[in-house]
Design a protein around this ligand. Structure first.
Ligand code: ADP
Ligand code: ADP
Ligand code: ZN
Length: 216
């Protein structure tokens, strides 16, 4: 299965990704996670990306496209993949199409998670992430058993630098201007699946599975 997860910041892409990759046994390719790893390791790419991420802006296409193209040539993508947070511009979507053509692959579906703006801000601002394993929690909607500690690995939970109210609002605006045209882009290709993300995490997941089943 070759899939894309589309949706505004805080919609629940990462949360749904963990269930999807488990069920369909495909690797999770999150450009946001790749950038955060580079920032943590202090690489040149991380330093460049951080300047944009802290402002809630998109990292320039040329820093993202080659990274994903390289990732797609790794062995584990032969069984499929789940792209999360990529593409985010029409230029990235075109570059992805070119890359997939070269590989002789096509996309199966684009899962578009829909959530209202007020909910997005509350979700992103309350988001907490495990420093060690990357598991995602929410202080109200999906709390860890012990506050500040990861249920999976006991690691410490932290809040992303860009999950402040102001930066999230900026990211939503950037999403509306630069990323939302992809909804039409993939709808025109008849591979878009719209999912109501304003439901419990399990219910959203169930809707994703049902939609994938009836379209493949
Ligand atoms: P969210 O899912 O909350 O929107 P991500 O973790 O996907 O957040 O992305 C965090 C930030 O990383 C974005 O605001 C942007 O600066 C950068 N980023 C991630 N993926 C891309 C991409 N495909 N193109 C440009 N910038 C990206
Ligand atoms: P994205 O990757 O789209 O930015 P996340 O998966 O990180 O979004 O989710 C953002 C925040 O919202 C996290 O704190 C997560 O625990 C929470 N969340 C995810 N899905 C739901 C849901 N269906 N209902 C309530 N909260 C959710
Ligand atoms: Zn953990």
């Amino acid at each position: 299965m070759r899939l894309i997860l589309l949706g505004p910041p805080g919609a629940g892409k990462g949360t749904q990704a963990s269930g999807i990759i488990n069920k369909y046994d495909i690797p999770h390719i999150s450009t946001g996670d790749i950038f955060r790893k580079n920032i943590k390791e202090g690489t040149d790419l991380g330093k460049k990306a951080k300047e944009y991420m802290d402002k809630g802006l998109l990292v320039p296409d040329e820093l993202v496209v080659d990274l994903v193209a390289d990732r797609l040539t790794e062995d584990d993508t032969k069984k499929g993949f789940l792209l999360d947070g990529f593409p985010r511009t029409v230029a990235q979507a075109n570059a992805l199409d070119d890359e997939l053509n070269k590989l002789g692959w096509s996309l199966d579906n684009v899962i578009n998670i829909i959530v209202s703006k007020d909910d997005l801000i509350e979700r992103a601002v309350g988001r907490r992430i495990c420093k060690d394993c990357g598991a995602t929690y929410h202080i109200k909607f999906n709390p860890s058993t012990i506050p500040g500690k990861c249920d999976v690995c006991d690691g410490e939970l932290y809040q992303r630098d860009d999950d402040t109210k102001e930066t999230v609002a900026k990211r939503i605006e950037v999403y509306e201007n630069q990323t939302s045209p992809l909804i039409e882009y993939y709808d025109d290709k008849n591979i878009l699946l719209n999912i109501d993300g304003a439901q419990d995490i399990d219910k959203v997941f169930n809707d994703v599975v049902v939609a994938l089943r009836s379209n493949n």
